[in-house]
Structure formats: C-alpha cells, structure tokens
Design a protein. Structure first.
Length: 392
C-alpha cells in the first residue's frame, strides 16, 4: 500500500478538482453509505477561500493533504491550514499557547485541520467509497504528523472529528480532547406538538409561551432556500451578520462574497430562517442541510425582541427538521440555554499532535482531567433535561 501512494500538498481548493474531491466519502450527495455533510464539500471549502474569508491574509494558509494512488486517482484528502493564531476554531488552545511561549517556546504557526469558522462534527480523513477506508486514514494521519515535523511547527490540531475517526488519530499518537454541544434528536415526531408532548408539563408550557411571545409584535417567519436566496436577500442577511457579529467577535469572519458564492454553488443545501416585521426582514439565521441533519450556524438581527433568537435559531430549526424528516439538529457551539429547548448534551472530539515532549505531557495530563469533567457535566445536564422521566 505505502509503495503505491503519494501524498502531496495543495495550497488552495481552486487547484483541486471539485468532482475528484466530492467523490471522497461524505463529500457527495451521491454517497449511499455516508451521510452528506455540506461543510466538507468542495463548494463550501472553496467558497471560504475564494471569498477572502479563509486565506493566508486572514491567517488560514491552505496545506491540504491529498493522497493519490500510482495512477493519480484521488484516494483520500484532509483539509488543513497553517494558522498564525487560534481564532475561528471553537476548540480553545490559547492557554496552551500562552504557557508554551512563557516557557520560551514558539506555539505559532501551527497546523489546523478543520472547516474554518465551523464548529460542526464531520469526517476529516476523507476516503473514497467502496474500499476499506482504514489504510487511507492511517496514511493521512501519518502524513499530517510528517508535515508537522517538516514545517518545524509546534503542533497539529484536528477539530470536530467524527467519533469513528478518533481511534485512527490515537493510534498515530494524537492526544484526545472532548467538549460538549447540544443537539436535538428527532424521534420520529409528526409535528412540533408531538415533541412538546414528551416534555415535562412545566417545560412544555414555558416553550409554548416563549414561542407566542417571540412573534407577538407582528413578526412572521419565512423559510428561504434554493431560488429564494437572491442577492437582495443575502444583502439583508449580511447586514444582520455584521451587526451581531461585530458586537460579539469584534470583526466578523465571513465576507459578503462568501454568501454569494454558497448561494450560487449550494443553494439547496441552505436554509435561511428570516423574521419579518412591518414588511421588512429584521433578523435571520443560516442553516445548512445535510442528508440526515440540519446544521445551525449563526444568526443576526437589527431589532431586539424577547425570545426572537430562540425562535429563529432553535424552535424553527426543530420545525424544519421534523417537516423534512431529518434525524437531528446541531445548533452550534456551547450554550446550556439550549437544554430547556430540547437540545441535549453530546460529546465532541478533537485530536492534537504536539511535537515538544514537555508540552505534550502537560497537555495530556490536562486533557485527562478535562475529559472526566466533560463526561460528568454531560451526565448531570442530561439528568436535568426538559423531558418527562422515562422519555429519554
């Protein structure tokens, strides 16, 4: 196997054939065995680069690993970037960087294998369908370690890794980190009302009141997808994103061009939930549609109304998932407030390779304690979810 493969680096998705990349497992709607994840599609990843959102200038220099066989056929891929900072990752290693640099080390640059600005679990070691994926996964993990050493950088980080890929990274010597998100699981509900019936009475009444209050100022909600996603709509949504993102992060990560590109390349994979009052849109949330999940990403508004954020981001997402028969809603990073709205704790995973032995030992000790804390917190929160006893 090793004599018949070649791993090379591409710095931009514009140099990678969309058809070849999308043949990799999980990156194509044509996949029959792996759920479609829109964030590892060529359309999404290339839009991040071409729009100026994830580029060398913004601290995301492409170092994408491609594995080809002797005939030049693409067998595997790993989206990877050389990073000069730790922004836009959602798995926080600032403390590691500070400690290492106080000790005289140089933490940046580092390698980051992820979907920029996207805290969504998905396949990272992409492989072609119809073959045993493990040899390719092993080769890509080994290739990432070799790339880390060749560049002489401190570390390589693979974030929001699917659970079935974690053993590959652990065998290769990567450290295992866990964290927590909140996801809604569709238990075959026929309607939102069916879901409400599974909740404790007090929780059910609270959510009904919350949803009524969110729209009582004459607010209506629209679902926009496909051909609904005009440039005028993107202008309005981007104004929401800039207003809220500017207050939350200081400098929003995504450019206006990004939305035009995804609207052109993957419109049927996008759902905008838009709130209208007085004949104009005042708030909205962007979601991406996979084959079995709805992925909530970010929201924004130009008017503040009680509970509107919860309605647009969480309740409407549940409505859509039930209507379309999707198995779950992943509502982004963190947020224990999601628990009362039917989103339960789920463990997320990341893998970290650290070249300096002293830093690696310190981080390994820390991660062992952190994993226990994440597990205990998840168990506690699950016990205090909104469901009636025996429903979950």
């Amino acid at each position: 196997m090793t004599d018949a493969i070649n791993i090379r680096i591409e710095h931009s998705f514009t140099s990678i054939s969309p058809a070849n990349w999308n043949r990799l497992a999980g990156a194509s709607k044509l996949s029959t065995s792996v759920p479609y994840n829109p964030f590892v599609s060529h359309a999404y990843l290339s839009a991040l680069e071409e729009s100026g959102s994830a580029t060398a200038e913004t601290g995301w220099l492409g170092q994408h690993l491609l594995m080809e066989d002797a005939d030049g056929f693409l067998r595997g891929g790993l989206a990877c970037y050389m990073k000069s900072h730790s922004q836009g990752e959602y798995v926080f290693d600032h403390g590691w960087a500070d400690a290492f640099e106080r000790a005289g080390g140089r933490y940046y640059p580092k390698l980051q294998c992820s979907v920029p600005f996207t805290p969504v679990t998905g396949p990272r070691l992409l492989t072609t369908e119809g073959r045993d994926p493990q040899p390719v996964r092993d080769a890509l993990a080994a290739g990432l370690k070799e790339l880390t050493r060749r560049h002489g950088v401190s570390s390589a980080h693979v974030t929001f890794v699917s659970a079935d890929e974690m053993p590959t990274f652990e065998r290769a010597g990567f450290l295992h980190r866990t964290d927590q998100q909140f996801h809604f699981t569709n238990e075959g509900y026929g309607s939102y009302g069916d879901f409400l019936e599974t909740l404790a009475s007090r929780k059910r009444k609270a959510l009904k009141k919350e949803r009524r209050t969110a729209v009582e100022s004459g607010i209506t909600i629209d679902w926009l997808t496909g051909s609904d996603l005009t440039e005028a709509i993107w202008d309005q949504f981007f104004s929401f994103y800039m207003d809220t993102g500017g207050r939350k992060w200081g400098r929003p990560y995504l450019t206006r061009a990004f939305y035009s590109l995804i609207g052109e390349r993957m419109p049927d994979d996008i759902l905008l939930v838009m709130a209208k009052r007085g004949g104009r849109y005042i708030a909205g949330a962007i979601n991406f549609i996979g084959s079995d999940a709805l992925y909530g990403r970010h929201w924004g508004c130009v008017e503040d109304h009680p509970f509107l954020h919860f309605e647009v981001c969480y309740h409407q997402a549940i409505d859509f998932a039930i209507a379309k028969g999707l198995k779950r809603v992943e509502a982004g990073a963190q947020g224990e407030h999601k628990l009362a709205r039917g989103y339960m704790p789920v463990t997320t995973h990341s893998a970290h390779f650290i070249t300096h032995s002293g830093l690696a030992r310190a981080v390994a000790d820390y991660l062992e304690r952190e994993r226990r804390d994440v597990e205990e917190t998840g168990e506690f929160l699950a016990e205090h979810g909104p469901f009636r006893k025996g429903e979950r």
